[in-house]
Write a protein that binds this ligand. Structure first.
Ligand SMILES: [Cu+2]
Length: 294
């Protein structure tokens, strides 16, 4: 007996496509070499907020997955059970009003609950940063990142975004003694377990501060201080900021390393840099003054 659409015949018909897809699947790890994370699922999560976002994500995923399997399963079952067969006569069914009410009300309640829960989570994440946060200024430009930490005084030099330019990366006042104390770096080093408050800036065009492991994605807009981003890392590790807003020809390479370290390691890293900037600030106050008050 020959059937036109037997499984082997379908297989041979699509052999070329199946072969190509298998090759692509085998070769895909080579494309993914640049990424440290898992390309098949979510990147590991290392922030308190991120864990909450993931929990909402998983609730929605399992909810929709369950509904998908149930509805598609029922659909396939009905297709097979009520297929056209000799001796089986089709009959008209108007449906069930009760069922209609149930499957309209149930999703409405679920969607409302998700919206309320999601909104609460959004508010929680966008709550002002705790007062004990470490404040770090982040400057994005074509094509890189710069970080500014408070100097020995524990305070960042005040800025005016209107003064941000290629010559004045932060928009600080050179006459302010705090300016010389600021610690400027090209890597983001943060202590684990402590809230970190970021002030995001852009010097030229819109960039985006994106760290998948932090579940953080926020645009940096020229002329603005984006001051609502804060996070608290849950474990140490090495990560990367990647610009996630197509910002020009060098966009693909616009990245900076992130190191989440212990509080002791953090102090060991920051202290010498603060001390280095503290010394010339007091001794060179004369030239600074001379510069600003000729
Ligand atoms: Cu960019």
């Amino acid at each position: 007996m020959t059937t036109r659409f037997s499984f082997p015949s379908i297989l041979s018909r699509f052999a070329g496509w199946i072969g190509a897809a298998s090759l692509l699947l085998l070769a895909s790890p080579a494309f993914a070499e640049q990424r440290a994370g898992n390309i098949w699922g979510l990147a590991p999560c290392v922030t308190v907020h991120g864990e909450k976002i993931d929990s909402l994500f998983m609730i929605i995923f399992w909810l929709t997955a369950t509904v998908f399997v149930l509805t598609q399963g029922t659909y396939i079952y009905f297709l097979i059970a009520y297929r056209k067969r000799p001796g089986h006569k089709a009959f008209y069914s108007h449906g069930s009003n009760m069922l209609e009410v149930i499957w309209t009300t149930a999703p409405t309640i679920v969607f409302l609950a998700l919206a309320i829960y999601g909104n609460r989570l959004w508010e929680e994440i966008h709550r002002p940063a705790p007062s004990n946060s470490l404040v770090i200024d982040v400057s994005s430009y074509q094509f890189g990142w710069e970080m500014r930490y408070p100097g020995v005084s524990g305070q960042l030099s005040p800025i005016d975004v209107r003064k941000i330019s290629d010559d004045n990366h932060w928009g600080t006042d050179p006459a302010n003694p705090l300016t010389a104390q600021d610690v400027v770096t090209t890597e983001l080093v943060v202590p684990v377990g402590r809230p970190v408050h970021l002030l995001l800036h852009a010097r030229d065009v819109i960039h985006s501060f994106y760290v998948p492991e932090f579940r953080l994605y926020q645009d940096c807009v020229p002329g603005r201080t984006i001051g609502w981003v804060w996070f608290q890392a849950t474990r140490t590790g090495n990560f990367q900021i990647a610009c996630n807003q197509l910002c020009g020809t060098g966009h693909y390479n616009m990245k900076a390393p992130i190191r989440v370290v212990t509080e002791e390691e953090f102090q060991k890293w920051l202290k010498p840099r603060q001390d280095k900037n503290a010394a010339p600030a007091s001794s060179s106050s004369a030239p600074v003054a001379a510069l600003t008050h000729p």
